[in-house]
Design a protein around this ligand. Structure first.
Ligand SMILES: Nc1ncnc2c1ncn2[C@@H]1O[C@H](COP(=O)(O)OP(=O)(O)OP(=O)(O)O)[C@@H](O)[C@H]1O
Length: 311
């Protein structure tokens, strides 16, 4: 568990982060979202002491980060940034192995970990292990950057706009990958973005910053349905609110028995996907399948009823 306890940062009389407290449970993703200059990056960088807090404390599994020397602390906390920051003259394998090398892991353990991570990120180890960063696409470089940050099984992974440089389609893929890998490894992640869509899609908890203050911290559905301030409501966007909410609800929640024609959605799909499918096909219902077998259907009426319960 990560406890951020009344943390403040003042730069030359200007408050960048003001008295922020929050708790992050182990094995969850917390997304810090806010406009430019709201203090997100400063908050993140105080957690691994790239910035020293002016006041307040951060505890990781009960230990204050002040009790650990910064370079030791940074081996326990992964850090991934936009543009990935890979070492250009090191191979992919050496890049990923950077922290395990520092920690003097045995060679075979490092090699196994590098291959495990490459495979998790859908990159064939035999093909990619010995390449240099310049020989990778932007999306592949970004994946190696995240693999490197996860290599030593850190207590916490900090990510600052990790998908900012990716085009929207790869960005979606990268977000899905991160979710899948985080669930598989049970990692604890704090991620900064200015994109509310990304926050809602990825976060178990969303923390909204405005002018250095934490104005709301809660599950995505709460941020959407009960925004604490006008600023949060604006960030969520009144018009898109029902769609954002639908994207959080899996189809199985309103699935009914019955077979219908057409291209089926998987049980992992959201009601937003189901609504799009209905609008696209002009039908009032869409079939749902699991492992290639039809298991039921979702109707427009059911989607409407589900969204109505939040109105
Ligand atoms: N090293 C510094 N010296 C002085 N002021 C700083 C420093 N770093 C950040 N600030 C100021 O602190 C405030 C918060 O900056 P921060 O980078 O944390 O915001 P942010 O929400 O991450 O913004 P962005 O999304 O643009 O990166 C800003 O007003 C910024 O100008």
């Amino acid at each position: 568990m990560i406890e951020i306890d009344r943390i403040t940062k003042v730069y030359e009389g200007q408050i960048a982060v003001e008295n922020v407290s929050m708790t992050v449970e182990t094995g969850t993703i917390t997304v810090i979202v806010g406009t430019s200059g709201s203090g997100k990056t400063t908050l993140l960088r105080m957690i691994n002491r790239l910035e020293e807090p002016t006041s307040g404390d951060v505890r990781i599994n009960g230990d204050s980060t002040r009790s650990v020397r910064p370079h030791i602390l940074r081996r326990r906390i992964g850090y991934a940034i936009q543009g990935h920051g890979l070492f250009p003259h090191h191979t992919v394998a050496r890049n990923i192995a950077a922290v395990p090398d520092l920690l003097n892991w045995p060679r075979d353990k490092i090699r196994a970990r590098v291959d495990e991570l490459l495979a998790l990120f859908s990159m064939d180890p035999a093909q990619f292990r010995d390449r240099y960063p310049a020989e990778l696409s932007g999306g592949q470089q970004q994946r190696v950057g995240v693999a490197r940050a996860l290599a030593s099984r850190p207590d916490l992974l900090l990510m600052d706009e990790p998908f900012g440089a990716l085009d929207p389609i790869i960005r979606n893929r990268a977000q899905e990958d991160l979710r899948r890998i985080q669930q598989k490894l049970g990692s604890t992640i704090m991620l900064v973005t200015h994109d509310m869509e990304e926050a809602i899609r990825l976060g178990d908890r969303v923390a909204v910053m405005d002018g250095g203050k934490l104005v709301q911290h809660g599950p995505p559905a709460e941020i959407i349905t009960r925004p604490a301030t006008d600023f949060v409501a604006n960030m969520v966007g009144d018009v898109e609110r029902p769609l954002r909410l639908l994207s959080l609800i899996p189809v199985i929640e309103v699935m009914e028995d019955g077979r219908v024609e057409g291209a089926a959605l998987s049980t992992q799909a959201s009601l937003r996907d189901a609504l799009s499918a209905c609008l696209w096909t002009g039908r009032a219902e869409v079939p749902i399948e699991r492992d290639g077998v039809l298991v039921g259907r979702v109707t427009l009426d059911a989607i409407r009823a589900r969204i109505g319960s939040h109105a």
